[in-house]
Every structure is written in C-alpha cells, then in structure tokens.
Design a protein. Structure first.
Length: 165
C-alpha cells in the first residue's frame, strides 16, 4: 500500500489505491489476507521511541473484528497512540484508543519517519480523511461495499481502521 498507487495518468482516481483486504474482509477462494509482522512493528516502535526520546507503551494486538493493532509511544509531551493495520503495513496516529475510526486522525509526529525506515507507510491526517470518491476502490467486493454503506463510512481512514462484523 503506497500513497499515489492506483490508476495511471488520465484515469479518474489518482489519489490512493486500496489493496485487497483493506477492509479486513476476504473471500476464501482468494486465499487468506497478508498479516503485518508484529516483530517488524515492534522494531518500528522501538526505533520511533528512541527518535522521540521516549519509551514504548502498551501494544494491544488486533482482536477480531478490528483491522488494526494499537500501540503507544510515551515521551515528555505525553502518550502518542498509533494504529497499525493488521493486513498492510501502514501506520496512523489518533488521540485515543477506540474500536474504529472515521475522521479522528492526527498528523504524524516528526519521529514517525522511523516507521518508514522499518518498512511502514505512515499515513497523514489529510490522506486518512480523503473521501472514498477520491480513492481507487476497484478491489472492493459487493460485500465490502455493503458494510461500508451500512456503517456510513465515507473516508479512507474509516475503511482501513474499522471493527465491522
């Protein structure tokens, strides 16, 4: 998952391409979804904590139906909550721990670059708040669209960091 992936020049949705499994749902005939490696996440957390001059706080592993792990970095300015997608290596920052998110995202702190060096994509507030009309959603199934409409999700962040069932 990379910002800017998606249709080429002249196509209508150049902003962001959702990968298969972004919603957490999958079809058995397509095989299981990839899993974000927790060891790599821990490596990124410790590198980010060093860069922040802080320490790693609690890491809460994903529990179904959530699509994300939750972790914290604690520094002299307080606790910074981050989300890591369970199936794709992307990171987002939020103010508080919750079961799903729609538009409550924060700008990443400067030390979040440590996650990029560990192989993650750090998503910013503007990207996560991007309306789905500006996202390449061509991989989404009818079932995924049904869930999106049912829960009233309208943003990229809402699709990525959810707890639908």
């Amino acid at each position: 998952m990379r910002p800017g992936d998606g249709p080429g020049p002249g196509d209508e949705k150049p902003g962001f391409a959702l990968p298969r499994g972004a919603t957490g749902f999958f079809s058995p005939q397509n095989g299981p979804l990839p899993e974000t490696d927790l060891r790599t996440l821990r490596t990124g957390l410790y590198a980010a904590a060093r860069a922040a001059g802080g320490k790693v706080g609690e890491l809460e592993e994903r529990v179904y139906p959530r699509t994300f792990h939750t972790a914290a970095i604690v520094d002299d300015t307080g606790e910074h909550i981050l989300l890591c997608h369970a199936h794709h290596p992307c990171i987002a920052f939020v103010r508080e721990r919750r079961h799903w998110y729609t538009e409550e995202f924060l700008a990443p702190p400067p030390w979040a670059r440590a996650f990029e060096q560990a192989g993650f994509v750090v998503l910013g507030r503007e990207q996560l708040g991007m309306p789905l009309t500006d996202v390449d959603t061509s991989v989404l199934s009818q079932g995924e669209w049904r869930e999106i409409r049912y829960f009233g999700v309208t943003t990229l962040g809402g699709v990525l960091f959810n707890a639908w069932d």
